[in-house]
Design a protein around this ligand. Structure first.
Ligand code: SAM
Length: 274
């Protein structure tokens, strides 16, 4: 831990800079310092580590990351937040780089020499779009780990296993070459204003790509299989060249449904189709 400078309370910063939460930007802020410190601890020891934070808003999580010793690059779309973040940067000279812009448009890998941890509390639609992009990167990816707040239902879809109701394409994408877990549930009352639903922090770390498996093949398979998730595989995979032969080679019964096929079985199918 580095020395933590005295900072004004977040609510005071918000009042002084007029940062009323914007619904259009999906703004639900976190103020609880202990909760923020627990989230900042999810990636592990951040002393001297590079962190990309998307959507810092008034900077609650940013403070926790800086206090944990990280060097933070923060991308924020809401211009109103930039002066508040600049003040935080003054308290941590050389440790905070703030970039005003849309994280969906910015070439984030170009901002780093080494692989950063990514930590973020984003509106869930932006978060899901970014997550899919980060999981579809060239592997090993340009990032070291992902620590992301999602609404609980999305978090469940990311970590689900076969036969879970939440199991689908997102689970396979998040798990075929990564370890994904729910690091902590977060109650809706922790946010200002509180959203309608509960949230959870998901932690994802990359592992190695299984030999002989291409992302494009896996996506074709899961797209077709979960596109008609109630149908038997022999029906849903009819239009996927090589899938019938792959099921036979892997001993996967074509009368099964997509939701019963484990991540390991999807990997085996994609490999057999290569
Ligand atoms: N990190 C702060 C916290 O935990 O209190 C703010 C969280 S708030 C849920 C989400 C933040 O993401 C807002 O500050 C919003 O302006 C910002 N944001 C929304 N869409 C964005 C985008 N496409 N690129 C960058 N920031 C975005």
């Amino acid at each position: 831990m580095s020395d933590t400078p005295a900072l004004p309370p977040l609510r005071e910063v918000i009042a002084r800079h007029g940062l009323t939460a914007s619904k259009a930007l999906g703004q639900n802020f976190l103020f609880d310092g202990q909760l923020l410190a627990r989230i900042a601890a999810v990636p592990g020891d951040l002393t001297g580590a590079e962190v990309l934070e998307v959507g810092p808003g008034p900077g609650g999580l940013t403070r926790a990351l800086l206090a944990a010793g990280a060097r933070v690059t923060a991308i924020e779309r809401d211009r109103r937040c930039i002066p508040a973040l600049a003040e935080l940067g003054d308290a941590y000279p050389g440790k905070l780089r703030v970039i005003e812009g849309d994280a969906l448009e910015i070439d984030a890998p170009a901002l780093f020499d080494g692989a950063p941890h990514i930590v973020s509390n984003l509106p869930y639609n932006v978060g899901t779009a970014l997550l899919v992009g980060w999981l579809s990167a060239e592997w090993m990816p340009w990032w070291r780990s992902l620590t992301l707040m999602f609404q609980r239902e999305v978090a469940d879809r990311i970590v689900a296993a076969a036969d879970d109701d939440a199991y689908g394409r997102l689970a396979v994408l998040a798990q075929w070459r990564s370890a994904a877990r729910i690091a902590m549930p977060v109650h809706r009352s922790a946010f200002t204003p509180p959203p309608k639903v509960m949230s959870a922090v998901v932690h994802i770390t990359p592992t190695t790509t299984p030999d002989g498996v291409r992302l494009a093949t896996l996506e074709r398979l899961t797209g077709a299989a979960f596109g008609q998730r109630r149908k038997m595989l022999r029906q849903s995979l009819k239009g996927v060249a090589g899938a019938a032969e792959a099921m036979e080679a892997c001993g996967i019964d074509p009368t099964r449904r997509a939701e019963t096929v484990s991540v390991a079985e999807f990997i085996a199918l994609a490999r057999a189709m290569a």
